[in-house]
Ligand binder design. Structure first.
Ligand code: NI
Length: 260
C-alpha cells in the first residue's frame, strides 16, 4: 500500500473534516502516514494524531521558520517523545532561506542540535531545505548525517546535489511538484535517482499535484505522483508504490519493530 512519508494533518486546513478524511485514506490505498511536526505546538498535535490513528506515525521536530520558539526544554521534550513507540523520526528540521524568518546562524544551530537528538535516539531525520543548498550540504557533511540516516524532503535541488545526498545514503522525498510542467530539475532528479532511494510524499495540505494544483492536498493524491515517477522511469505506478513502501519501512524502521 502507499507509504505517505510527509503530511501535516494537524494543520488547520483539515480542521473541518480531519477525521472523515483520515478514515477515507485506506480505501484509497494509503497504508501508512508519517505526520510531520513543524512547530513547537505541532509536536504535541502530531503525537496526538499518531496516538489516535493506528496507521499514523509521528515525526517530532521544529521547522527552520519556527526555531525562534525553541529552547532547551523543547529539545528535552523531543528527546523523551522520541522514545515513544509511535514516534519514528526527527523532523522536519533544516534550513529555509526562502521565507528567511529566522537568522541563518540560529537556523543552523537548531538544525545541528536536532540532528544530535536523532543521532542519540537512533531515529532517522526529515530535512527541510529551501534555497539553502550550500549551507545544508555543509551541515550535512560536518554532522556526518549519513551515519544517522534520513530523507531530504520535497527535494528541490538539481542532480548534482541529489548525487551528494544519495552518496551519503539518504533518501529523497518526491511529491506533487514532479507533476508540474515546469519542474524540469525535479524530473531529472527523479530519473537519475534509483527507485530504492525515493519516498512518496505530499506535504499536505500543500503542493497538490496536477490536476489539483493550488487546492488542498491529501495523501489520496499520491497515485498521481507515483504515476508521474513511473512515466519518468518507464515503470508502472504499482512498482513505484511497492518499492517506495519498502523504502519507507526500511528508513522508518521503528514502524515494524513495534509490530502491528
Ligand atoms: Ni512539510
Amino acid at each position: 500500500m502507499i507509504f505517505e512519508s510527509h503530511a501535516h494533518y494537524d494543520d488547520e486546513a483539515f480542521d473541518g473534516d480531519r477525521e472523515e478524511l483520515l478514515h477515507s485514506l485506506s480505501a484509497q490505498g494509503v497504508g501508512t502516514v508519517i505526520n510531520v511536526a513543524a512547530s513547537v505546538d505541532g509536536i504535541e498535535s502530531t503525537v496526538r494524531l499518531a496516538e489516535e490513528y493506528p496507521f499514523v506515525y509521528a515525526a517530532v521536530g521544529v521547522h527552520p521558520d519556527e526555531v525562534g520558539e525553541m529552547d532547551q526544554g523543547t529539545l528535552e521534550r523531543m528527546r523523551r517523545l522520541a522514545r515513544e513507540d509511535k514516534v519514528v523520526a526527527i523532523g522536519e528540521i533544516g534550513l529555509d532561506y526562502y521565507w528567511d524568518k529566522e537568522k541563518h546562524e540560529l537556523q543552523k544551530e537548531w538544525f545541528r542540535r536536532q540532528l544530535d537528538v536523532a543521532r542519540q535516539e537512533k531515529l532517522p531525520f526529515i530535512i527541510h531545505s529551501r534555497e539553502a543548498a550550500a549551507d545544508t550540504l555543509q551541515v550535512a557533511r560536518e554532522e556526518r548525517v549519513g551515519e544517522i540516516g534520513g530523507v531530504v524532503h520535497c527535494f528541490s535541488y538539481g542532480v548534482e546535489l541529489a548525487r551528494e545526498y544519495l552518496n551519503m545514503g539518504l533518501y529523497l522525498g518526491i511529491g506533487g511538484v514532479v507533476t508540474f510542467k515546469n519542474a524540469r530539475k525535479l524530473k531529472e532528479v527523479a530519473e537519475y535517482a534509483p527507485l530504492s532511494a525515493l519516498l512518496l510524499e505530499t506535504d499536505s495540505p500543500y503542493l497538490a499535484p496536477v490536476p489539483h494544483r493550488g487546492k488542498r492536498n491529501d495523501s489520496g493524491n499520491l497515485p498521481l505522483v507515483a504515476q508521474a515517477i513511473g512515466e519518468i522511469k518507464g515503470i508502472s505506478p504499482e512498482e513505484v508504490i511497492r518499492v517506495t513502501e519498502e523504502n519507507g519501512r526500511r528508513l522508518f524502521y521503528k514502524i515494524d519493530k513495534n509490530g502491528k
